[in-house]
Ligand binder design. Structure first.
Ligand SMILES: C[S@@+](CC[C@H](N)C(=O)[O-])C[C@H]1O[C@@H](n2cnc3c(N)ncnc32)[C@H](O)[C@@H]1O
Length: 403
């Protein structure tokens, strides 16, 4: 993640990029007109990110890494996926069965997790990948094809959730934050009380603009849950987001687990911290070439749009779908519990006197672990069914009480 930039400082687009973004904008405008002139922000975000062949994740944008828009933990360093694999191996030793990865990005995490599981002699029967982006699924196939055959033959891509519930592990890194959110604003009434207004998207002279509109009953209920659970009142004009998509997605996820654990890693907070009065403009962020800003109407189809995860909502959705919240910790605590220190010392020994390689490894570990980097704002949550063995990743910290 990068610090917020003003949209006026964003890099200029090439002719092809401008033409692509214009096509995405035209597609969304046509959709808005079909719907009578306004759509919910969740629909705007879904189209901008996932419209087939056009959206940010479905079109050909580079997205990940130095030449893309953002960097995820598996792209920062294979230390991340190798630690995660150690936790996965512990679980697979109890359950046997498969790994199912949701939203596998470039496939780097899948490749690194599989290589580490092979080293630990704990390969899953199958490594399943469910990916909504055809473009990314193709990149994953290319990445996985470079692995030894005894690993590649275990990997299968799914178009939809598996037909039968599985034993084993489900993994999702930075998938929750990529799900479309609804936006809302709170209006204090002069006579007392609070109105919840949805922030939808309309058009003014062909440009996208925010529109205050009546909220759906689902959004009303979700915001009521937020307001009721907070100690401090939220100020007039407070804007934030709610992801209504978590509930059905986690219900589907729960239906896939017969015996095992889902490990979801993402940036976010428990509800009481996320909806803090000081965070009065919410957590919606756009990422374009490593600049972060907060205008989702700029360069549609070329920039990522995300929002921080309300982990209380995730935990509630999991509990109502029959999963147990078996752990909740910062990414740093999770990686340390899963064995980061011993992995790092072994790697340091392997690089020997190569001071450049030592510095690279130390830098990667700092990026994954330090509170000012990815260590604290990212959290890991474990959702389990029929599984009660201890989880090493959550042995050094238990933040479940904050949910
Ligand atoms: C920010 S990227 C993270 C990619 C990868 N996990 C990583 O950490 O590098 C989000 C990923 O989630 C995928 N995605 C979004 N919604 C999804 C869903 N409902 N089911 C499966 N994948 C999804 C996107 O296509 C993309 O691969």
């Amino acid at each position: 993640m990068t610090s917020p930039a003003s949209v006026t400082t964003l890099p200029a687009l090439s002719g092809d990029e401008r033409a692509h973004s214009d096509r995405v904008a035209a597609h969304i405008r046509a959709f808005i007109r079909e719907r009578g002139g306004e759509i919910g922000f969740d629909t705007y975000m879904r189209l901008a990110l996932y419209a087939p062949g056009l959206g940010y994740y479905s079109g050909g944008a580079a997205k990940f890494g130095g030449g893309g828009d953002f960097v995820t933990a598996p792209e920062v360093s294979s230390l991340f996926s190798r630690c995660l694999a150690r936790q996965v191996a512990d679980i697979l030793r109890e359950t046997g069965g498969d790994v199912l990865e949701l939203g596998a990005g470039t496939g780097r995490m899948a490749a690194d997790v599989l290589a580490e599981l092979a080293m630990l002699e704990c390969l899953p029967e199958r490594y399943l990948i469910l990916e909504v982006s055809a473009d990314l699924a193709q990149r994953q196939r290319e990445r996985i094809a470079s692995l030894p055959p005894r690993l590649t033959r275990r990997v299968e891509w799914l178009e939809q959730w598996p037909a039968a519930p599985l034993r084993g592990v489900v993994l999702a890194n930075e998938v929750l934050d990529a799900m479309p959110v609804e936006r809302f604003v709170l209006r204090h009434r002069a006579a007392g009380g609070l109105d919840v207004r949805a922030l939808g998207v309309g058009l003014k002279d062909d440009r996208f603009e925010w529109r205050e509109r009546s909220p759906s009953p689902e959004l009303m209920n979700a915001v009521a849950d937020v307001v009721e659970s907070l100690r401090a009142p939220l100020p007039d004009g407070y804007v934030s987001e709610v992801c209504l998509a978590f509930q059905p997605w986690i219900a589907s996820l729960a239906a896939q687990i017969d015996t095992g654990v889902a490990l979801l890693i993402d940036y976010g907070l428990p509800r009481a911290h996320l909806y803090h009065p000081d965070r009065s403009q919410g957590t919606l962020r756009c990422h374009f070439r490593h600049r972060a800003h907060d205008d989702p109407f700029v360069n549609p189809g070329l920039q990522d749009i995300t929002a921080w995860v309300d982990f209380t909502r995730v935990a509630e959705a999991a509990s109502s779908a029959g999963l147990e919240v078996a752990g909740f910790a910062t990414q740093a605590a999770f990686l340390i519990g899963a064995g980061m220190e011993s992995l790092l010392s072994t790697e340091m020994l392997l690089v020997g006197e190569d001071t450049q390689a030592q510095a690279t490894l130390a830098g990667e570990a700092r990026r994954l672990l330090l509170p000012g980097e990815m260590g604290e704002v990212f959290k890991a949550i474990a959702l389990a069914r029929n599984f009660d063995a201890p989880l090493a990743g959550f042995s050094t910290q238990d933040l479940r009480g904050s949910l």
